[in-house]
Design a protein around this ligand. Structure first.
Ligand code: HEM
Length: 191
């Protein structure tokens, strides 16, 4: 029997996934205000860049789209930390727009909530956590739903899953590029 789509995506993105997590861990230690700010900025870049395919994957899988909620939570955290709001700065525009590509983007961004509990425990008590709390609020239900739905798609995708692997990998690469780029530019102020 063919492996489920989640397992196939997990295996196909193993190297780029572990490289993204290592870089985030190395360069954005979230126990410090600077590191936490960097982590939030990177997720802001990834979520604003891939909002469209992410929301498309939510609709395809029967979930409520939530990119706007997450981007807003990130901006609130960043505003509280830095006193200013970052201008959305798409970093790596999606390179395709098919259903399969979006499904891959959804895998990486929905899956990023799996580690949120670990991260939440590492953030200092006084740090703003709107983003992590938003992820944790519906984490189990959402990720369980999405990963099961992914597996149900295995039979619906008899041909190659390369576009989905591209979508999933593009998000990890965006995270790597953003975390290794110069410090995030903060533009404009909150009113
Ligand atoms: C230092 C930061 C991070 C930590 C500590 C972390 C931690 C974790 C942990 C503990 C898991 C569960 C592993 C398992 O069940 O075997 C996980 C899964 C996952 N993480 Fe991360 N993560 C981090 C950053 C990210 C980022 C930035 C992304 C992508 C934007 C990401 C995407 C994923 C995905 C897609 C999964 C699910 C893999 C699967 O089960 O198929 N993570 N993470």
């Amino acid at each position: 029997m063919r492996d489920g789509l989640r397992k196939r995506l997990r295996e196909a993105t193993e190297a780029v996934h572990s490289s993204a997590e290592q870089q985030v861990d190395l360069r954005a230690s979230i126990e410090t205000p600077d590191g936490y700010c960097r982590f939030l900025s990177v997720m802001h870049t990834a979520l604003s860049s891939f909002a469209e395919p992410l929301d498309h994957s939510s609709l395809l899988s029967g979930l409520a789209p939530r990119s706007a909620t997450l981007v807003d939570a990130l901006e609130t955290d960043l505003a509280e930390l830095a006193g200013e709001r970052p201008a959305p700065r798409p970093h790596r525009p999606p390179s395709a727009s098919s259903d399969l590509y979006s499904i891959g983007v959804g895998y990486t961004l929905e899956g990023s909530s799996v580690g949120a509990g670990v991260l939440r425990r590492r953030v200092t008590d006084d740090a703003p956590t709107h983003y992590l709390d938003a992820l944790l609020g519906e984490r189990r239900d959402r990720w369980t739903h999405y990963s099961r739905w992914l597996d149900d798609q295995a039979t619906a995708v008899p041909t190659g899953i390369d576009p989905a692997i591209d979508g999933a990998s593009d998000v990890f690469r965006c995270v790597i590029d953003a975390i290794t780029a110069p410090p995030y530019e903060i533009v404009g102020t909150t009113s």
